[in-house]
Ligand binder design. Structure first.
Ligand code: GLU
Length: 542
């Protein structure tokens, strides 16, 4: 081995034994899982990475193990300022917290790859000395030229075996290029044979077929930073991860990683490759895309007013196929024990409609007061126009939210906080007075309605008495009990249901609403009379 070259490449680089001693094995029991979330600091957390972080943190925490944050910033072009804090804060809102990390501390740091250059160099030196790595001066043009030749000759693409001309460089040629400050990277000299196949048991996917890696992949780039392949293997070894849970886009690189672990003689962790979140679009299914899909941003749900708890329940639903059944019997989703066996193998469809239906169920279980508090915070942040309304109408809103709530089968009409004022706008006179179109409904003589409100309706009646009185009044005024009676009796002008319908439309403008008994009680008599006038002005007394 040419010492001049070694000196230029690895001057003052520590031996790997230094790092091996510095980061001893963790003192944990066998079933305690150590895993990590390893994002690139490229800005906001998207729903796919939230899913990975959520599953990984649960797996670690349920085993009373360690969950740490490692920042993978080796692609310096993609960095976004303040990303680490943004990531930590975003995840905290979902109760995802870390035991170790760059800003948290821990014995296995630095937990950010750009500060671990010295470590990676030691390990590259180790491979170099064992003739398992070499120096490559090919620039992008050269790599492309070789690739084009391979395509033209119908050869397998890539730098394998002796494809790279730099493998033929003599020591003096290398030295000359180094002295001339020519850009270089360091590549693996892969001893693998791509004809060798073997099986690997992935914790999530089960048995997968692996083809041995024979590519001389880049270990250290020309900016002196490692590639993902090298950094992942060194970091997860030195930080003693027992499990690597990551997106299945990395499955194709697994042969490289397994090979590196073996070449370094490291213990191989357990890999589990998570299926990506997908979306159905025009009958085809594709991966959720950060660029194309607004629902990819976690902030999208916040703006809509979908609580973080709902997102967590949905992520649990997606992560384990047996969760939904379990959740029907158990109230607290936090008690669910996640298992690798029940993780989906294929793509995981992220369906907003399903999320909303979980949200409907969730809101139905909450107390009106709790929803009010959430609505207060929500409008304060996202809906300034309605914030004052919410602030000034606490009791009234709680009464509205209480309509058909504290009963065995509560009403399910809120899937997000932004639904509330959309659903109940008509309970506010200023909003009601602005609206002039009514849904098409049955219409009876105005005096029948006026007489009912003035002389029969009593807001102190119980629901039962209210309905008895309403029916009796309707019968006297020629409304039939039901459609059958109406069809056989020409003196009848409609059914009792029709009478209720006209009241409902007068009060709400709509054919669908919560129980009008409660709406009328909250609106009060004078207000209802105003609404009768407004209705008949618009829908002349037909
Ligand atoms: N930085 C990699 C990514 O964002 C992490 C993959 C891994 O967890 O190892 O995809």
């Amino acid at each position: 081995m040419n010492t001049n070259i070694l000196n230029i490449l690895f001057k003052n680089v520590k031996d790997i034994s230094y790092w091996e001693n510095k980061y001893p094995k963790r003192n944990l029991k066998e079933n305690q899982i150590v895993t990590r979330f390893a994002p690139s600091p490229t800005g906001f957390i998207h729903i796919g990475s939230l899913y990975t972080a959520y599953v990984s943190s649960l797996i670690a925490k349920q085993s009373k193990g360690i969950f740490y944050l490692r920042i993978e910033d080796t692609d310096q072009k993609r960095l976004v300022d303040n990303s680490i804090n943004l990531i930590i804060n975003d995840l905290k809102k979902f109760d995802i917290t870390f035991d170790e990390g760059q800003t948290i501390g821990g014995k296995y740091g630095p937990y950010i790859q750009s500060e671990r250059k010295e470590i990676y160099k030691s390990y590259v030196k180790h491979l170099y000395e064992k003739n398992l790595a070499y120096i490559c001066f090919c620039n992008e043009d050269k790599v492309n030229e070789i690739r084009k030749k391979q395509i033209a000759n119908k050869e397998r693409i890539g730098y394998y075996k002796n494809v790279d001309p730099c493998l033929q460089l003599s020591e003096s040629e290398i030295l000359k290029k180094l002295n001339n400050k020519k850009d270089y990277c360091i590549r693996l000299k892969s001893p693998g044979n791509y004809l060798n196949k073997f099986k690997y048991n992935d914790a999530i996917k089960g048995e997968v077929n692996i083809t041995e890696n024979d590519l001389n992949i880049v270990l250290l780039k020309n900016d002196n930073l490692p590639t993902y392949h090298l950094a992942h293997v060194i970091d997860d070894h030195l930080m003693h991860s027992t499990h690597i849970l990551r997106g299945d886009e990395w499955l194709s690189s697994l042969p490289i990683h397994l090979q590196l672990f073996k070449l370094f003689n490291f213990e191989i962790p357990i890999y589990g490759h998570l299926s990506p979140l997908t979306k159905k679009e025009n009958e085809t299914v594709r991966k959720l895309s950060k660029r194309k899909d607004p629902e990819c941003k976690v902030s999208y749900y916040k703006k809509l007013g979908i609580p973080n708890d709902v997102i967590k329940i949905y992520l649990t639903t997606l992560s384990n196929t047996n969760f939904e059944e379990w959740y029907k019997e158990n109230k607290n989703y936090n008690d669910f024990k996640l298992s690798f066996n029940n993780m989906p193998i294929g793509g995981t469809l992220f369906d907003i409609e399903k999320l909303k239906s979980i949200s409907l169920d969730y809101f139905a279980t909450l107390k009106a007061e709790t929803i009010y508090d959430m609505l207060y915070e929500y409008t304060k942040e996202y809906d300034q126009i309605n914030f004052e309304r919410v602030k000034d109408n606490k009791d009234y809103l709680i009464s509205i939210l209480n309509i058909e709530r504290n009963i065995e089968r509560p009403r399910k009409d809120i899937s997000s906080l932004s639904d509330i004022l959309k659903n109940f706008w008509f309970m506010f006179d200023d909003l009601f007075n602005q609206k002039n179109n009514y849904e098409k409904s049955f219409i009876c003589d105005k005096n029948i309605v006026l007489n009912y409100i003035n002389n029969i309706y009593d807001e102190n009646d119980s629901e039962e008495i209210w309905f008895e009185k309403l029916k009796e009044y309707a019968f006297i005024n020629n409304f039939a009990k039901n459609k059958k009676v109406l069809a056989n009796d020409s003196t009848k002008i409609g059914t009792v249901a029709d009478f209720c319908e006209v009241l409902r439309v007068i009060i709400t403008t709509s054919l669908n609403s919560p129980n009008i008994y409660y709406l009328m009680k909250l609106l009060k008599k004078d207000n209802i009379l105003n609404r009768v006038e407004k209705f008949y002005k618009k829908n002349s007394n037909k």
